[in-house]
Design a protein around this ligand. Structure first.
Ligand code: IPE
Ligand code: IPE
Ligand code: MG
Length: 246
């Protein structure tokens, strides 16, 4: 029983995942990249369920980056319809499990139908408190910081903020979803050791775990592996080990 390796009292509150490797998974099997994305949806299903079972409070999934808009149109279209399909297929279970769905990113760039589905999921699950599932779609970390700066400058112009009073906390209030806690654990699948413009502001002190497993093969047992690894670490936040332990 893999979950028994875990300390149930030290489950990361917020887990963020860069779901990578769908294309390679498919290519390795002589399939089209799109087949990889379809299979990847099974992993989303499994991991949302697993995170809920393990007691994770927030799960943020990087589903589509701003840079991903530059992929072939056919692939982009398929990814958008898969997201819509996921919401249609999973909303009943998500609802039963008390999961609240939200999204972050430049959502105005999404096709109307995709945006409508995300809004539908958000409205339907607004009062759920068991877990929060955040989709980062059309998302870029630098863009989020720029968008925050733009809103802040507008408020400064009309005298709503005083530049001299600005600090990290008041700046963060302009991010897409300021009430989200910073991720405790960031998982990237499929071996690449980079953050690819994900949650740049929020991962300042996040623990990073890179799994070699391709996203379409990623299941609860791999999530448990990541959390077990996380639980063996000492988060020092700039302090000495001695300070942290006392
Ligand atoms: C992740 O898999 C899905 C998205 C980025 C939308 P990829 O499509 O990036 O798969 P690889 O990295 O090419 O294997
Ligand atoms: C990051 O994966 C984006 C998502 C998982 C949605 P990419 O495959 O786009 O990242 P790079 O290009 O390898 O950095
Ligand atoms: Mg990739």
């Amino acid at each position: 029983m893999p979950a028994s390796r875990l300390d149930p009292k030290a489950i990361p509150r917020h887990v963020a995942i860069i779901m990578d490797g769908n294309g390679r998974w498919a290519e390795e099997r002589g399939m089209s990249r799109i087949e990889g994305h379809r299979q990847g949806l099974e992993s989303v299903r499994a991991v949302v369920r697993a995170a809920h079972e393990l007691g994770v409070q927030t799960l943020t999934l990087y589903a589509f980056s701003l840079e991903n808009w530059n992929r072939p149109k056919r692939e982009v279209d398929e990814l958008m319809s898969l997201l819509e399909f996921y919401i249609d297929a999973e909303l009943p279970e998500v609802q039963r499990n008390g999961i609240r769905v939200t999204s972050i990113g430049r959502l105005e760039r999404l096709p109307i139908s995709t945006r409508a589905k995300l809004e539908e999921a958000e409205a339907a699950t607004r009062d759920n408190r068991e877990m929060q599932l955040v989709f980062a779609v059309s998302y870029g970390g630098r863009a989020e910081i720029v968008d925050a700066a733009r809103k802040l400058l507008r408020d400064a112009e009309v005298g709503k903020v005083d530049p001299e009073q600005l600090d990290e906390k008041s700046f963060a209030a302009y991010l897409y979803q300021p009430e989200l806690s910073d991720p405790d654990l960031l998982i990237r699948t499929s071996g690449e050791r980079r953050v690819s413009n994900f949650l740049l502001w929020q991962i300042a002190y996040t623990e990073i775990f890179v799994s070699d497993v391709r996203w379409p093969d990623f299941r609860k047992t791999h999530l448990v592996d990541a959390i077990v690894d996380y639980q063996a670490r000492e988060r020092r936040f700039g302090l000495t080990s001695e300070q942290v332990r006392s």
